[in-house]
Design a protein around this ligand. Structure first.
Ligand SMILES: CCCCC/C=C\CCC/C=C/CC(=O)SCCNC(=O)CCNC(=O)[C@H](O)C(C)(C)COP(=O)(O)OP(=O)(O)OC[C@H]1O[C@@H](n2cnc3c(N)ncnc32)[C@H](O)[C@@H]1OP(=O)(O)O
Length: 280
């Protein structure tokens, strides 16, 4: 259970430029939330070693962090990772391989919830992609309004490469950013883009060398909205994203997921993939 801890502290987060700003922290082991008092922007940092794979607990805490950002009326939110080379490895394969059925249901429902809150948030969002972002990691980054990435990393929806199918709302999220044709090709190939290619096609907005620069660029993006009335901005964003949000029929999607994940050939594929990751 996530219990936000709100305390005043000096921010170590953005280096010397921000170090005098007092921050409110609402943190757990897996997700750290820090709100800069000067900018009013919350930085939500995923912290699940070794690769921020999204298991039920991390998803629950992300969901609670999004609630806290909304409740605190933060000016915006930056999603980041505490890890040096991975933003998020996507869904935790162990949640889907030989799963406990009740937990599997909870897992998928919580993933839906995180997406609905993040993609559908009224507040401005940006992703500081300081590491690789395959599959579910790419989904989180794409659900934000702006993406800043370090060089020589990879990002994309690679599901078909794993012999699984990206749910239609993963597809809609990519379609909110890229032209349809580009999305169809990326999805059918299960394409992982380099940072540089992702920038060229518009999947990523800026490339920077360090995490600190990524956080600073995300902050600049969110500050673009400082003079835009909050409600008007939020309703415009939500209206623009409504079609994608409404297309998700949560019950039907859950049933389809449970059915497909339990198929013997999907289980076999997930098992082989998991083994290959371990042997790497
Ligand atoms: C209606 C729906 C119908 C569809 C039904 C079927 C299925 C539904 C699911 C659909 C959606 C799926 C979305 C996903 O997100 S699936 C997950 C896809 N993720 C990946 O393919 C990424 C795999 N990982 C990597 O590529 C790399 O780990 C990396 C992220 C690039 C980082 O590389 P590196 O730093 O070199 O780290 P390692 O590879 O050595 O990994 C360290 C450690 O972590 C384990 N691990 C990695 N990724 C995962 C993961 N996703 N889940 C669980 N565990 C993972 C890896 O095995 C290593 O473990 P050990 O140290 O124990 O060996």
């Amino acid at each position: 259970m996530f219990l936000p801890r709100i305390v005043k502290r000096m921010s170590p987060l953005l280096g010397s430029r921000m170090s005098l700003n007092a921050c409110r922290f609402a943190s757990t082991d897996l997700v750290r939330t820090e709100v800069d008092d000067k900018t009013g922007i919350a930085v939500v940092t995923m912290n699940r070693k070794p690769v921020n794979s999204l298991n039920l607990e991390l998803l629950r805490e992300l969901s609670s962090a999004l609630d806290a950002v909304e409740k605190n009326k933060s000016r915006g939110m930056i999603l980041a990772s505490s890890l040096d080379t991975v933003f998020s490895a996507g869904l935790d394969i162990t949640e889907m391989y030989k799963p406990d059925q009740a937990r599997l249901k909870d897992f998928w429902t919580t993933l839906q919830e995180v997406w609905l809150k993040l993609f559908g948030s009224g507040f401005p969002t940006a992703a500081a992609i300081n590491g690789h972002a395959p599959a579910g990691g790419c989904l989180l980054a794409m659900s934000c309004e702006y993406r800043v990435m370090r060089p020589n990393l990879t990002i994309g929806l690679n599901e078909t490469q794993l012999g699984i199918v990206a749910p239609s709302w993963f597809m809609s999220t990519m379609e909110n950013i890229l032209p349809r044709r580009e999305v169809e090709l990326a999805l059918t190939l299960g394409k992982m883009f380099s940072t540089e290619k992702a920038h060229e096609i518009g999947l990523v907005d800026e490339i920077v060398d360090t995490k600190e620069e990524a956080l600073a660029k995300c902050t600049e993006f969110i500050q673009l909205f400082a003079r835009v009335p909050r409600e008007a901005r939020a309703l415009t964003k939500q209206s623009f994203r409504r079609e994608a949000l409404q297309k998700l029929d949560r019950d039907q999607d859950l049933q389809m997921f449970i059915y497909l994940v339990n198929q013997p050939q999907v289980q076999k594929g997930l098992g082989l993939y998991f083994e290959s990751l371990k042997k790497k």
